[in-house]
Design a protein around this ligand. Sequence first.
Ligand code: LLP
Length: 417
Amino acid sequence: MTDFHYRDGALWAEDVSLTEIAEQFGTPTYVYSRAHFERQYRDYADALGDHPGLVCYAVKANSNLGILSLLAQLGAGFDIVSGGELERVLLAGGDPSRVVFSGVGKTAEEMRRALEVGVHCFNVESDAELERLEAVAADMGVSAPVSLRVNPDVDAKTHPYISTGLKENKFGIAIDTAIDTYRWAAKSDHLNVVGVDCHIGSQLTEVSPFLDALERLLLLIDELAAEGIHLKHLDLGGGLGVRYRGEEPPPVSDYIGAVKERLGDRKLELVLEPGRSIAANGGLLLTQVEFLKRTEEHNFAIVDAAMNDNLRPALYQAWQDIVPVHPNGKETELWDIVGPVCETGDFLGKRRELSLEPGQLLAMLSAGAYGFTMSSNYNSRPRAAEVLVDGDRPYLIRARESMADLVRGESKAPEKH
Ligand code: LLP
């Protein structure tokens, strides 16, 4: 922890104390460190060095305009999976020509908008999608830049819910049949074949699965070149995993270095779509203990954040550290940290060794990626505030939702007729 650290007996985000943030903005609140996002993005950009390519931040990890705009200011590209994410990138000042459009279910409307603004390419996941894209492009009288997402059938050795590169998954075009799709696409007047991509899974803490996938993609690229279909870029999907609890992901430079070496003298631009490794450890979820409740079986600390704020523990049994904002030095006990939502699955952490008092502030760490973006209004809970810290300044980048926000667009049923 460097961007979040203890100083004078309390936890700070850069040069702002979390106590001050809680007083000013309330809880639960997501708090981000700008320095962390910048450093992690630069790690990828520097590792790419002068090799032509793009670092396309995966917007789904954290799509707040504050975060997207700080990355846009650094010249980042973006990996999007919906029209909504595209509009966010544009609102944040991102450059559409540095956007790759992923996702298995793009609508014709989303395709049209992406063609209008001029995205770098569409990562196409099926023959049916390619046909739809061709029809939309033909209707607009343009040619759509296309990369085929192939499924290389490699085991990413990660949680089954976030493993995506196996034959059994819904993603991509099987690598064995991709060549037929390429042949077809290459003949179309309205498709411009520019690349190939894959994404085998998330939270990968080893380089070898990426290199296995790369090996298979290179075979395909060479086979296509032999037929006169020359690809301009290769996109290896998401980035490395992060440390939640003792994991030791390799440095980005090791990963990118190994990839560049294997590309040999092929003239291929390299596209990367990191999300988690840029965002996860750049954020925490600040929450307050409401009640302590001891039962025969467990000690429960009921806090004001819940599964609707951070779904990862409930959905993946994900472990994220939970630390006191003011360590009190008193004897610790084992606590289950749970939220107010009416579900047994509503927990943030189980059996955590802490010394707790009602009213105390806690910070759930590694919450910058897939935290707020996966939050919901379940139990009619307004979504949390988000604060971006830059040096000694906290900026509110998303106000806590109000009651009016919660019911926006809803209306009462008319009297029964
Ligand atoms: N590109 C594509 C096509 C993806 O599907 C993903 C993530 C990424 C890039 C970014 O991967 P990353 O660099 O973050 O590993 N909600 C889950 C993670 C789901 C990841 C889905 N796809 C979690 O909270 O762990």
